[in-house]
Write a protein that binds this ligand. Sequence first.
Ligand SMILES: O=C[C@H](O)[C@H](O)COP(=O)(O)O
Ligand SMILES: C=C(OP(=O)(O)O)C(=O)O
Length: 356
Amino acid sequence: MQAGFSLEDINIEGFSPMPSPAEIKRLAPLTEAAAETVNRSRTDIKKILDNIDDRLLVITGPCSIHDPKAALEYAERLLKLSEHVSETILPVMRVYFEKPRTVTGWKGFINDPHMDNSFQMAEGMLRARELMIKINEMGLPVATEALDPFGPQYLGELVSWYAIGARTTESQTHREMASGLSAPVGFKNGTDGQLDSSINAVKASRQGHFFLGIYEDGRSSIVRTKGNRYSHLVLRGGGGRPNFDTVSVMLAEEALKKAGVASRLIIDCSHANSMKNPDLQPFVLRDVITQVINGSRAICGVMLESNLFAGNQKIPDDLSQLKYGVSVTDACIDWEATEHALRTTHRRLLDKKLNG
Ligand SMILES: O=C[C@H](O)[C@H](O)COP(=O)(O)O
Ligand SMILES: C=C(OP(=O)(O)O)C(=O)O
């Protein structure tokens, strides 16, 4: 029927084609060296979650990636450090390309790689993939937040650990997506600090689901998942208070047990656990490691927001004014503070291992 008015796409400005996952993968194919890192690291992370490997999983890196050059410099430093701490720590780099915003703001490198509202997403996805390949080729595993449900079809084979963020942990779409991810996935507790939504998310994502998604060739498809046995909880604080302390961790452990998904958990030292003050992250880390040394069986990993240089900056109109190696989203600790915190953590864990 031809009506004189339209009932659809009323609020749509336009559509532009996006290369399919297969097309992007052809332009940036997985290499053997990168695949080996992902395969090895996923196995290691699963062993840590299963409590077979007693190392601490440390997910550290910038709040968001906006400059691949700075990201590679960070990766080189982390890799070098990892050689010194590998007996007690498994370092995984935060390579976050998608940012969930509280209201609005830059949504990350895939969405707008030039940070100028030109939204060159095909380029963003390709360059994101190229960067993840390079970091994996160096031998360093990567962690990222799965925000757009199409993302894993493009990048999934390069990721060793996934987060579902505090703002999406309650979303059915994200729980379904997590149930099909090929890597372990940590659900952050909600921004209100409550655990219910994230524990429900862990439960839901361990089941198989049927939902709509895209296939390799970009066609929409019905996706059937098996469930992700390695979904777990990440405590990040919220509702105006941290939740990394011993009592909060014990309560979380108890709640997981009650929900029938007893598993180990990760503590995010940033976000509401440090009340967004990056200088507090090393103190959070120190307290968390004390819990591990004192016998906490629940904690198996930590997360840090860290960059080459401390703090953060607003994205300037004149991009030539951007400061190198400084976050354009949440404020981070600098490399020196990161290295000091991780070397100290290593010494403490090693001392416990050797001397009991
Ligand atoms: O980790 C990143 C931020 O905390 C998250 O993306 C929310 O950011 P916003 O509150 O600045 O939008
Ligand atoms: C957005 C993030 O965290 P959260 O979901 O905990 O706010 C993040 O780690 O980048």
